[in-house]
Design a binder for this molecule. Structure first.
Ligand SMILES: *[C@@H]1O[C@H](CO)[C@@H](O)[C@H](O)[C@H]1NC(C)=O
Ligand SMILES: *[C@@H]1O[C@H](CO)[C@@H](O)[C@H](O)[C@H]1NC(C)=O
Ligand SMILES: *[C@@H]1O[C@H](CO)[C@@H](O)[C@H](O)[C@H]1NC(C)=O
Ligand SMILES: *[C@@H]1O[C@H](CO)[C@@H](O)[C@H](O)[C@H]1NC(C)=O
Ligand SMILES: *[C@@H]1O[C@H](CO)[C@@H](O)[C@H](O)[C@H]1NC(C)=O
Ligand SMILES: *[C@@H]1O[C@H](CO)[C@@H](O)[C@H](O)[C@H]1NC(C)=O
Ligand SMILES: [Fe+2]
Length: 464
């Protein structure tokens, strides 16, 4: 039965592709199994609290500097502060343990009091090395490991995973499981915003931030997730006395924003292997003269494509989106920054927010001024590909109504949950694939060879 439906799918895609020659790209004919998108039960295995008094939980790591020689380790202890130290050693060091000192923070949200949230940056790591690390004290110590990236350089292969809008439903668990089992083996994950969806619950029930932290620990304790801020991180609720935006998120998730001269944790950049990754903030000011605008204006000319050929931008609210959900919400930011992306030949922009999947052609819409009427996206070989990967599987369900007919710029779209992989081979080629949850975890529902815009700017369109 499975293979029959798969053949139907392939046949459907061929048909749609023929049509696509005269009208945009393809809208997948895949019909997903209807299933309820509900949060996993509080006593689910994924939310289990590790046993022991004051034992560290919700362990997560992210890159801790600009080049990949530092890691920020974060975790929570519930009973007392305990220790904010991380003990770590490289695989080759005969277990001589080094110690990094961190600190802890707490916060209150309505009637919720957080545990002790520890953040500790480990610095001066060797590239391309496996490290073990330990948090906690005495008999409640827990041990994990990570592998540092290779030294930044133009032809370093590296595989990034992509998940957005994850939440903590049964679908979220399937998305994460498929990512973990994907044979392409993601080495770091670009998380495109909207983490726990705590704010969908009464009083933004912050216990949901804790359960989410325990749910994703099985991946993010072992490989860095690169964080982007989404709208579900705002937690702005003056009606219950919570008027400091981003309070839970900024206490729980630290990013190395100062290393890229950013002045706030919502926009920053890192270099990792052969990629220069710019994270932008859809929910912080980006108009002319604002700190984010000023930062990006200075950041883009600093990107050295000889060192990092791949220029990747992550932001939450998509600029090109042909779903009937959040339609044009990203438009004002597109107007501000799109000319810069074309000028600096950004390779790809990943967004989330819309709970579905979509990949664009290389297009731009920058000719317009208030009198000339030139306001349509046009094919542009210097423009990025825009990918919406907000299909992690959260409690709000899928976005399944689309703007018809499919706009020319939209190459492929499908309302299914899933994840993606961006597999950099060298300075000219990267292989990209999207994996829907209904398939086996190795099946590619959509894929594309990316040709680097700086080193190999030839047409890499998949529909023309
Ligand atoms: C940890 O050690 C203390 C003191 O030795 C003991 O009372 C406690 O039961 C131990 N906890 C666990 C989880 O082993
Ligand atoms: C917070 O307040 C809500 C609404 O009154 C209540 O249901 C919940 O149990 C409270 N939680 C705590 C931790 O007190
Ligand atoms: C989540 O996925 C993991 C790995 O596939 C599985 O072991 C676990 O039972 C799942 N939990 C729930 C609640 O679905
Ligand atoms: C760009 O990076 C290359 C390789 O690391 C280096 O040789 C070159 O000096 C850098 N260019 C600038 C302008 O910093
Ligand atoms: C507006 O666009 C037209 C046509 O491209 C061009 O001639 C004109 O100079 C533009 N005006 C401004 C203020 O850029
Ligand atoms: C870059 O990778 C692509 C895809 O694997 C390969 O075809 C190409 O030959 C590689 N280029 C170089 C210079 O190795
Ligand atoms: Fe969102």
């Amino acid at each position: 039965m499975y293979s029959v439906s798969f053949k139907v799918l392939v046949f459907g895609l061929v048909l749609v592709n023929v049509v696509a020659l005269c009208n945009g790209g393809s809208t997948s004919t895949f019909v997903r199994k209807e299933e309820k998108t509900v949060d996993m039960l509080f006593d689910s295995d994924v939310f289990a609290i590790p046993p022991g008094y004051n034992v560290p939980q919700q362990v997560h790591i992210t890159q801790g500097d600009h080049e990949g020689k530092a890691v920020i380790v974060s975790w929570v202890t519930m009973d007392e502060p305990g220790s904010s130290e991380v003990r770590y050693w490289s695989e080759n060091s005969k277990q001589k343990k080094l110690i990094a000192k961190g600190r802890h923070v707490t916060y209150r949200y309505f009637n919720y009091s957080s545990g002790f949230i520890h953040h500790c940056t480990i610095r001066n790591l060797e590239y391309n090395t496996k490290y073990y690390y330990e948090v906690g004290i005495a008999n409640t110590t827990r041990q994990f490991w990570f592998v540092t990236p290779p030294q930044v350089g133009p032809d370093v292969p590296y595989t990034f995973g992509l998940i957005g809008d994850l939440g903590q439903t049964y679908d979220s668990n399937k998305t994460l499981s498929h990512y973990e089992m994907n044979p392409r083996k993601g080495q770091a994950l670009m998380f495109i915003g909207d983490l726990s969806y705590a704010d969908d619950h009464p009083y933004h029930d912050n216990v949901k931030w804790d359960t989410w932290g325990r749910f994703v620990e099985r991946s993010v304790a072992y490989q860095p997730w690169i964080w982007v801020t989404g709208n579900h991180e705002i937690d702005f609720a003056p009606e219950i006395g919570e008027s400091v935006p981003f309070k839970p998120y900024t206490h729980r998730y630290h990013v190395p924003y100062r290393a890229s001269q950013s002045t706030a944790p919502f926009w920053y950049s890192i270099k990792r292997a052969s990629a220069h990754i710019i994270v932008l903030a859809s929910y912080s000011a980006y108009g002319k003269y604002t700190p984010q605008y000023q930062w990006l204006k200075e950041e883009l000319p600093k990107v050295n494509r000889t060192e990092t050929p791949w220029l990747i931008v992550l932001l939450h609210s998509p600029w090109y989106n042909s779903y009937d959900y959040h339609y044009m919400e990203g438009e004002s930011m597109r107007v501000m920054f799109e000319p810069w992306f074309v000028k600096h030949k950004v390779d790809v922009v990943f967004a989330g927010h819309v709970h579905a999947y979509e990949r664009s052609e290389r297009v731009s819409n920058i000719a317009y001024n208030i009198t000339n009427g030139q306001c349509n996206p046009v094919k542009d070989n210097s423009a990025p590909v825009y990918i919406t990967i907000g299909d992690g599987g959260n409690i709000e369900g899928l976005a399944n109504t689309m703007i018809e007919p499919q706009p020319d710029y939209s190459a492929y779209r499908e309302a299914s949950f899933g994840h993606a992989m961006f597999d950099i081979k060298n300075r000219t080629h990267a292989y990209y694939s999207w994996h829907r949850n209904q398939d086996g975890y190795a099946v590619e529902a959509d894929s594309m060879w990316f040709f680097n815009r700086y080193w190999y700017p030839v047409d890499d369109s998949t529909t023309h």
